[in-house]
Write a protein that binds this ligand. Structure first.
Ligand code: ATP
Length: 568
């Protein structure tokens, strides 16, 4: 048994391993996750390795080698793990070591020793070396040898990819206690905070990373998370945002220094342009202007320039809009309406950009909370969400035997039945058609479930009929009243330029969209007699895994109650 396998000897951390950056975190005694900086002081550690005369450089130091030593620098490799060469997109590796086919898997040809010859190093071995460096940084910080971890993976990581990552981690001396989906880790990072309220909610995690964007729509019911829909896109990513700035600064350089040529046409100039453009993008998340400064950018010419945030936002607006469309698409794929979304967690490094948060905020109803640094003072750094969630999960499970962890996360256990419709009550007094549906157990709640709610009865009290029913959420759309024609014509006579005709359109007002409920199926009815004026009724609903429902209705402060049992 390896040390990581034995709960008593386990030292477990959380690891987020992205194509662009990785992070490590641990949970202190008080259950608070802390992100660990490596020996260079970086919390976001580039997932890059570089070899110089046999010496291995890692993280930020390796990233610096993309300028002079790109052929022996390996970057953007996570998604190649467990994949066949014919299925990968090597585009992000254009300015670093190129992936090659190696038997049935993928490798890089690099000079990783002092010898002149290149070696073929598999993506699995590269991953092991990267994870070893992360493990060493965590061990140095903690003062004890790390031997286990919860590791985050994208929701579309296949079992083959997970097995390959599991093996690479084992070879690095890390027992993977559990893989946790990146968006679930992000929700957990928020929900584990002391001030978090574990109310039932629909959460969208929108992750704009370096090489890809990933959206997940998650139903959180009593602290259990169910992924309802996911969307992945490699065409919307940090690389595109960096490219916007690279093009801008390249054009500025050409304008000023025609003799220097286009920095995008020379490998070394391109690498310098890329590194500095990414740094400028990060600065613009905090400041309203940023400086670009590169020594000998092209043709031996030093170049400095300034850009303000507004210009960057304008240049990148189509990418921000594309990301927002992906979020809306994921909600639609989950067969939900934007009005159903309780909160949107912005994750991934690029979500630090204020414009991303404001574009998404504008596309969703006012009641949807957008959790990002620029919209919420208590937001967690989007770059650290995954790793914090992983560290919290590690602290929750590290004392269990590996077999027990495996069993509890086996699909047989985790794929529990879920309610397809909300179940709630209607309270009726007098007119049979009156009564508003109060959802008590939301759709997508895993079974079995028990929920209790207090329902305010009709004000006059007396005899009340309570119906237990299934409800379907309905969006009521109210069109704005059309303006009386005459008034409109008069206005048109006064204003005849284009700008004002736009104003006319906006003056027509937006349609009003509201969430309402329609009762789709009445399950049972109960009569409560002689209720006091304005009294409240406690409703308790229990639904078993085989869909047997049992409910209790009781007047608060009253005597007795009504109990019912329903099957199917
Ligand atoms: P992927 O796997 O998609 O490549 P990742 O999970 O490895 O992504 P993240 O840390 O989520 O990486 O995101 C990295 C991206 O975020 C890079 O494009 C980086 O430039 C960008 N980024 C990091 N910090 C900031 C910041 N403060 N402002 C804007 N962008 C940032």
């Amino acid at each position: 048994m390896s040390a990581g396998n034995d709960p008593a000897q386990r030292v477990a951390i959380g690891i987020s391993f992205g194509n662009s950056y990785s992070s490590i975190a641990f949970t202190s005694g008080e259950g608070k996750a802390e992100v660990i900086a490596n020996e260079d002081g970086d919390r976001q550690i580039p997932s890059i390795l570089s070899y110089v005369e046999g010496e291995e450089l890692h993280g930020g130091q390796a990233k610096g080698q993309l300028i002079r030593n790109s052929k022996n620098t390996v970057a953007y490799f996570r998604d190649f793990l467990g994949q066949e060469f014919k299925n990968i997109d090597p585009t992000p590796c254009h300015q670093s070591a190129h992936p090659i086919q190696n038997k049935s898997s993928i490798a890089f040809q690099i000079r990783d020793t002092e010898a002149e010859d290149q070696n073929t190093v598999s993506v699995s071995e590269i991953t092991t070396r990267h994870l070893k460096r992360l493990r060493n940084s965590a061990s140095d910080y903690l003062g004890k040898t790390v031997n286990a971890a919860v590791v985050t993976v994208p929701t579309n990581f296949s079992n083959t990819q997970k097995s390959a990552l599991n093996k690479a981690a084992k070879d690095a001396g890390i027992e993977v206690l559990q893989f946790i989906n990146e968006p679930v880790a992000a929700v957990l990072a928020y929900d584990a905070r002391p001030q978090a309220q574990l109310a039932d909610k629909i959460v969208v995690v929108a992750d704009l990373g370096g090489t890809r964007s990933d959206i997940a729509v998650i139903a959180s019911r009593g602290g259990i998370y169910t992924i309802l829909a996911t969307v992945h896109d490699y065409e919307v990513s940090g690389i595109q945002l960096d490219q916007v700035l690279m093009d801008y600064f390249a054009k500025e350089f050409i304008k000023k220094h025609k003799s220097g040529g286009d920095p995008r046409e020379n490998d070394r100039s391109l690498a310098k342009l890329k590194l500095e453009s990414e740094a400028v993008k990060k600065s613009l998340s905090i400041g309203t202007t940023a400086n670009f400064s590169v020594e000998s950018l092209a043709g031996g010419i030093d170049f400095t320039a300034t850009i303000n945030r507004t210009r960057y936002e304008l240049l990148a607006s189509k990418h921000f809009a594309a990301f927002t469309r992906l979020v809306a698409h994921a909600v639609e794929k989950a067969q939900l309406d934007p009005l159903d979304v309780t909160e949107i967690i912005l994750a991934g490094g690029n979500s630090n950009s204020p414009k991303i948060a404001s574009t998404i905020t504008n596309a969703f109803p006012g009641a949807t909370v957008v959790l990002a640094p620029s919209t919420s003072p208590t937001a967690i750094n989007p770059s650290e969400l995954s790793v914090r969630g992983a560290a919290i999960q590690a602290s929750l499970i590290q004392e269990f035997e590996l077999e027990d962890i495996e069993q509890s996360t086996h699909p047989m256990v985790t794929v529990t039945p879920h309610l397809s419709h909300a179940v709630g009550v209607l309270c009726i007094s007098g007119d049979e058609t009156s009564g508003v549906f109060h959802p008590i157990v939301d759709a997508e709640t895993p079974l079995p479930v028990r929920r209790t709610a207090l329902i305010t009865t009709p004000r006059e009290g007396g005899n009340v009929l309570i119906k237990l029913a299934e409800g379907a959420r309905h969006i009521k759309v109210t069109k704005p009243e059309p303006k009386p024609k005459k008034e409109k014509e008069e206005k048109d006579d006064d204003d005849d330029d284009d700008e004002d005709s736009d104003e006319d359109e906006s003056e027509e007002g937006e349609e009003l969209r509201e969430k309402t409920w329609k009762v789709s199926n009445v399950l049972s009815e109960a009569a409560l007699r002689g209720l006091k004026k304005g009294s409240k009724v406690e409703v308790q609903i229990n639904i078993s895994a085989d869909l047997n429902a049992n409910c209790i209705f009781r007047e608060v402060g009253g005597k007795g109650g009504v109990r019912g049992l329903l099957s199917g």
